[in-house]
Design a protein. Sequence first.
Length: 242
Amino acid sequence: MKYMVFKDAKAASRKAYEIMQKKINAHSTLGLATGSTPIELYKEMIAGFEAGEFSYKDVKSFNLDEYVNIDKNHPESYYSFMHKNLFDHIDIKEENVHVPAPYTDDDEELARITAAYNAELENAVIDVQILGIGSNGHIAFNEPGTDFASTVHIVNLKENTIKDNCRFFDYDMAKVPKRAMTMGIKNILAAKTIILLAFGENKKDAVAKLLSGKEDIEYPCTSLVEHPEVYVLVDEAADPEK
Ligand code: GLP
């Protein structure tokens, strides 16, 4: 695991972009994340595309997760987030982007959608997986206690994750979706290269657990410690050694 501390999110995201560029080519597959953390990286990707440095026209992408039963076009759906913050500004083809689509509350239907997304991932090789991290150490929506061998699944979100997310839903807990569909830890670990970004004081504890180098099922981020190629890029506020 390579650990790097930067003065701010912008500097860390610039480095993340440089690492990503070294690891991908015109036909690569990216694993993408949502949340506030990757936004600066997506700005770097957009700027690189606009400057003619890189084209995404033959690139494929798979997103980590999505809320269950949210309207696909809700401004806070991860589908909307990805279009607003990245896809609408680069030349990636709509048929090449994959965002989990659990837009139903029907459990049988959800099981079918979950299995289908898992099958798509099993047929793909993710060259670079971008990850943020939850304040409780979750990655994607793999909450504390998730089996490290887990594949795509439906999850009941933990209370503190719902609280963390309520800023996107008018600070109203009742409006925050309570379930999500997520890549499992096994799917994430299958990526060739993983770049995890963590910004802000509230990520410090989770980063400390990751740096401890010990697997701990209560901190899903620690599943990354045995992966052969993980970059952890943090800002000063998230650096537990400070
Ligand atoms: C959500 C997402 C995660 C993300 C986390 C942190 O739980 N499912 O993928 O890492 O939020 O969000 P933020 O980057 O806004 O701190």
